[in-house]
Design a protein around this ligand. Structure first.
Ligand code: BGC
Length: 382
């Protein structure tokens, strides 16, 4: 590995694990940002990666507790999912409250505020997380207590994948977001081998339909757009390949998408969300830099992965806390203070940033210890 300040790296690893464990609520949920008023919820998206990072850190019990928490939410919403199926069948107009939320109170209650909450990506990520847990614990079958939740999640994704939604940033509520579709297809693809016949077939058919839909709506120039009908990219498009393997990294559209992310969104060592972003100015996001670094590990670009890891570590404050984003490069500096006035300083620590630091660090360590091409198995060619 490159010459990092090793002590700093190891301290941050230990402190990050402690931080994530400390902020796991007794219910099993994880708060997104413990000191940021708007982030006192548990997002299924953030938490899938938080729980995965703890799995890599061998904190398996913590991951289990989180999955059980999310499973309870799914079960609690069984009636809502059944009702949704009827509404869709009847072609009835849908409201946000007919759909499942992206975030919940730490006790698992619905968020009743009017902040856009219909962003289904986290349900795909949940399925993927379950499969990562099964692999890590050498289980061939889904534990009985999670079976129903998994099945409900599959049903839910089958129902909603064609509906417009907000993206993973709570924005553009009436679009079809490609990185959201990546999570949904990726979750189905990961869970399918663990399902029984009919359900497995449904999962596989839907995954194929989503992939076909994404391909059919790719840009003529050969890349995947942020949402269907847009021409610009978003760094979250990395999810199409890492970790969800909906398209292999060598797929020409995937390669071009990564090229565009690098050309337009990678600045001063970190990654922006998208070029129009003005949230706190539209700075460099630590979670996304972690995903890009992880993608570099999977594509044998180790030096660039290490550079991103080094950049993330360097963003730690005097306590080693990692923020959501930094404003050393922004799209619009004049938009920093309006957000500060509205919601206070940028969220720090953000648990998702710590999780992505841990994941990237562990992936680099695994790559170095197991040798190159470790990820070929997961990269099933399409
Ligand atoms: C982001 C979401 C994230 C949430 C909590 C929001 O600002 O848009 O992607 O899940 O913060 O971290």
């Amino acid at each position: 590995m490159k010459q990092f300040d090793r002590d700093r790296l190891l301290t941050m690893q230990k402190d990050s694990i402690d931080l994530l464990l400390t902020h796991q609520h007794p219910s099993g949920s994880f708060v997104a940002g413990p000191h940021f008023s708007q982030y006192m919820y548990c997002w299924l998206r953030d938490s899938a990666y938080i729980a995965y990072s703890l799995l890599l850190a061998h904190e398996t019990e913590s991951t289990e507790r989180y999955i059980s928490w999310a499973a309870q939410i799914l079960e609690k919403n069984e009636e809502k999912i059944k009702r949704l199926a009827i509404l869709i069948l009847q072609n009835s107009p849908l409201e946000d409250r007919d759909l499942l939320g992206a975030r919940f109170s730490l006790e698992g209650e619905d968020d009743q505020t009017d902040w856009p909450n219909y962003q289904p990506d986290g349900y795909g990520s949940f399925l993927w997380l379950v499969t990562q847990y099964l692999e890590a614990t050498n289980r061939q079958t889904i534990p009985l207590e999670w079976e129903k939740a998994v099945s409900l999640t599959v049903q839910y994704i089958v129902l909603v994948w064609k509906l417009p939604s907000s993206d993973c940033w709570e924005e553009f509520p009436d679009k079809h977001h490609v990185s959201t579709l990546a999570c949904l297809a990726g979750g189905l693809r990961a869970i399918a081998p663990y399902l029984e016949r009919e359900e497995k077939e449904t999962a596989c058919t839907t995954e194929t339909a989503i992939r076909t839909y994404i391909l059919a709506h790719a840009e003529k120039e050969g890349y995947f757009p942020k949402f269907i009908g847009s021409s610009f990219v978003d760094s979250s498009l990395v999810w199409l390949s890492t970790p969800y393997h909906v398209f292999e990294s060598k797929h020409p559209f995937m390669e071009k998408t990564i090229d565009l992310i690098e050309a337009g969104l990678l600045h001063k060592g970190g990654t922006q969300r998208y070029t129009e972003d003005t949230y706190y100015g539209g700075g460099l996001w630590l979670p996304l830099s972690g995903f890009l670094g992880w993608h570099y590990v999977e594509t044998d670009r180790l030096e660039e992965a290490e550079n991103l890891l080094g950049w993330i570590v360097a963003q730690g404050d005097h306590l080693g806390h990692l923020p959501e984003q930094v404003t050393t490069f922004t799209n619009n500096n004049s938009m920093i203070s309006p957000w500060e006035e509205r919601w206070g300083a940028i969220a720090c620590p953000l648990l998702w940033s710590h999780a992505m630091f841990l994941i990237l660090h562990f992936k680099i360590l695994q790559y170095n210890s197991k040798g190159e091409k470790k990820y070929e198995k997961e990269n099933v060619p399409r």
